[in-house]
Design a protein around this ligand. Sequence first.
Ligand SMILES: [Zn+2]
Length: 111
Amino acid sequence: MNPRFHIGQKVVALKTFRATNGKTGIVKGQVYPVLDLRSSKCRCREWEVYVGVDEYGFMQCVNCGFTSREPEYQWWFSESHFAPIDELDEKLQNIFDEALSEIEQGELIAI
Ligand SMILES: [Zn+2]
């Protein structure tokens, strides 16, 4: 099966994942660039994306619970946690950007 995304594409996160230290992760509604793709190491045989989030150590597949050590600092996420931004119109992108800047200014609480 081919990946849903291609390298260089912009995707929006559908879920929030935070590292245990709270410093890194992905935030629902935020747009990320697909920097790399790989086939998952677990039996799910999914595609995973790297969007520039780095976190040492340990990864767990949310579907099957498979865990693996990641010697490189890249945090890989299942492609199912993202939607392609290309299919959204520019208006929607602007709404995301506005919401993000409001979150950054502390006017909204991220969900
Ligand atoms: Zn899995």
